[in-house]
Structures are given as structure tokens and as C-alpha cells.
Write a protein that binds this ligand. Structure first.
Ligand code: DGL
Length: 267
């Protein structure tokens, strides 16, 4: 079992930011990634649809024999909360590890949360933070256009369109004097520089992909599921839309191009 891959999925390519972090934390692990690129975005869909998509994504990864599943998607983690109870392998979403990191990071007790509309409407991060410390203040803002900006490669910090959208969404949180901001959607680290420029360096940005990778590594360690072989792990990618689109865009998320081990699948 320990030689099996870790399965990671997202509605699209945002979850690759978690893959990038997981490879840093666990370089010897094999990874199977599924990006539901034919049906992205999930964040503007109903709970019923998101739950159904998430079950299909997890079933696909199980068919690849994975030893753990990570929902590297803020939307799925926030809405499909029963998924973990239906799986035969360890599971984590991004909400719990990320909320814990934000609680640890805040100094003035005022935390901002940004995510898709489904994530913010679920209040998932807010509930997780307040369950850990009910004295903290949490302000939320949905930023649906951030996903479109990133999926369409509008990501440069000096791009006026990016700056304008960042300012429009984040002004309310800046006015509340947050000192910690949860990037509650795995697409958002790609525009972290523009967000940091607007909020200032004194605001700590919490990357849900990174925190979840650290948490998943700990789960695997505790359950004695880490791969024993010290050779570098291999990543295999599956997408539900075209492989060419993935190859063109994946570099933005992974920091390196991916030309092989990418396959198309229909669920
Ligand atoms: N990556 C997804 C998330 O973390 C957002 C994209 C979507 O709306 O599907 O919520």
C-alpha cells in the first residue's frame, strides 16, 4: 500500500499549486492528479452538483489504486463535507489545515478569507476558525473573477486588470485591518504577488495548497503509509478536457512545464 500513489483532485488546474507543494514536502511520493477541466468552475454551482462531481472525481482516483485522496479544491472541501465518510482511504480537504495555520499566524485576531462563492457561502473556513478560537474575528469575501483571471493567464502583478479586480474585492478586508488572509481557493496563490502588493507585506497570506500538503504528509507518516523507496516520485496527470490545454497552462501552476504523463479521461 505504501508504494501506491497519493491521489489529488481539483475542479481544474488550481490544485496543481498543492501538487507543487506536496512534491517539495514529499519528493519520493508518486502522485496521480485529476483536474476536471471540462467542468471547471465548480465554485458557482449548486451543492448537489458539486457533491456529485466530487464523488465522481474521488471514484476515478480510487480506480487508480491511490492510498490517500486530497481534495485540493476549496469549493469541494467546503461543500462536499460528507465525502470523507464514504472513502476507504485517508482523505483531507483544504479547509481544516488552512484554518489551523491562520489561527496560528494571526497576531491581531482578525483574519480574512477569500474563496469562490460556494466556499464563502458555506462559511467553512469561518466555522473552522471559530471552532478553534471563538474570540477571533473573521471577514469573508468571495472572489469569483480570480478563478477566471488565473485560468485565462491574467496573472502578472503589474497587469492593471489584475490590480483593479484585486482592489475591488479586497478593499473591504483591508478596511477591516486583517493581518492574515486565507487564500481559500487553490487558484489564488498564482496571483499572490498582486494580492500582497495591495494588502502590504504585514498581512500574512496563507496558501491552502501548502498547508494541506504539510497536513497530508503528517497523516501518511502517522499511518505508516509513506513510500519506503527513496527514488524520486512520479506524477501522472489526468484531465477531462484537452491534454493540449493542460500542457499550455500547467506551467503557471507547477512552476515547470509538463510534456509527458498527461492523459485525457472521461468520468
Ligand atoms: N480551485 C477551486 C477551489 O479551490 C476553484 C475553482 C472553481 O470554482 O472550480 O475552490
Amino acid at each position: 500500500m505504501s508504494d501506491s500513489a497519493i491521489g489529488i483532485f481539483d475542479s481544474g488546474l488550481g490544485g496543481l499549486t498543492a501538487v507543487k507543494e506536496l512534491v517539495k514536502v514529499l519528493p519520493n511520493e508518486n502522485i496521480v492528479y485529476f483536474g476536471d477541466t471540462a467542468r471547471v468552475p465548480y465554485g458557482s454551482r449548486s451543492k448537489r452538483t458539486i457533491v456529485r462531481y466530487a464523488e465522481q472525481d474521488a471514484t476515478f482516483l480510487l480506480s487508480k489504486g491511490v492510498k490517500m485522496i486530497i481534495a485540493a479544491c476549496g469549493t469541494v472541501s467546503s461543500v462536499a463535507t460528507d465525502l470523507k465518510n464514504t472513502l476507504p482511504v485517508p482523505f483531507t480537504g483544504v479547509v481544516e489545515p488552512t484554518a489551523q495555520a491562520a489561527v496560528n499566524a494571526t497576531r491581531n485576531g482578525t483574519i480574512g478569507v477569500i474563496g469562490t462563492s460556494a466556499t464563502v457561502n458555506s462559511c467553512s473556513y469561518q466555522k473552522a476558525i471559530l471552532a478553534k478560537n471563538k474570540h477571533l474575528k473573521v471577514f469573508q469575501q468571495d472572489c469569483p473573477l480570480f478563478v477566471s483571471l488565473v485560468e485565462n493567464s491574467f496573472i502578472a502583478e503589474e497587469d492593471p486588470i489584475v490590480q483593479l479586480v484585486v482592489e475591488r474585492y479586497l478593499r473591504v478586508l483591508k478596511d477591516q485591518r486583517i493581518d492574515t488572509l486565507i487564500l481559500g481557493c487553490t487558484h489564488f496563490p498564482i496571483i499572490a504577488k498582486a494580492i500582497r502588493n495591495y494588502l502590504g507585506s504585514e498581512v500574512t497570506l496563507i496558501d491552502s495548497g501548502r498547508e494541506t500538503a504539510l497536513y497530508a504528509a503528517e497523516v501518511l507518516r502517522q499511518q505508516n503509509l509513506l513510500r519506503k523507496d527513496s527514488s524520486p516520485g512520479r506524477c501522472i496527470y489526468y484531465v477531462s478536457d484537452t491534454v493540449d490545454d493542460f500542457k499550455r497552462t500547467a506551467q503557471i501552476f507547477l512552476g515547470q512545464s509538463v510534456m509527458k504523463d498527461v492523459y485525457h479521461t472521461t468520468l
